[in-house]
Design a protein around this ligand. Structure first.
Ligand SMILES: [Zn+2]
Length: 143
């Protein structure tokens, strides 16, 4: 006996907006990292998982072109493998504006660009797509 199942798919007229989710640990690490680089910019590669329209950030990686930070000395950056879990970057803006610059958009990597600006609190984090449009950002509660 053969059973035939027909899946009916609803067509979505417009592309659903993606949402970025940051865990408490990731948020805290980003804040600490940005503060440690102030008044310079710091940058990290985001590791994450994409499920439907939710991108969940699960890890932070020091990029190979960055100088070594105080928390990751000895990290073998020259052995960084190509990894499909690298889905974007986060960098800091000591200026006080978390909007992406033209240069940021020209060097866009992955699916999302997170920017945290001075004074580096949770509400200073912004998420942007490669066109510079703001994406929804959800940070799991921190205190
Ligand atoms: Zn920037």
């Amino acid at each position: 006996m053969i059973t035939i199942v027909i899946f009916k798919r609803k067509k979505v007229a417009t592309e659903a907006k993606r949402k970025i989710v940051l865990t408490k640990e990731i948020t805290n690490s980003i804040i600490t990292y940005a503060k440690s680089w102030h008044p310079n910019e710091g940058i990290l590669i985001l590791q994450g998982k994409k499920e439907k329209n939710v991108i969940r950030i699960t890890g932070l990686i020091i990029p190979p072109f960055s100088t070594q930070g105080p928390y990751y000395s000895g990290f073998p950056v020259y052995e960084l493998p190509f990894d499909l879990s690298y889905i974007g970057t986060i960098h800091s803006h000591p200026s006080g504006s978390n909007h992406p610059s033209l240069e940021d958009l020209n060097h866009f990597f992955g699916l999302v660009s997170l920017i945290i600006c001075y004074p580096y609190d949770v509400q200073n984090i912004g998420a942007f797509d490669r066109n510079g449009n703001r994406m929804d950002l959800e940070t799991e509660c921190i205190n």
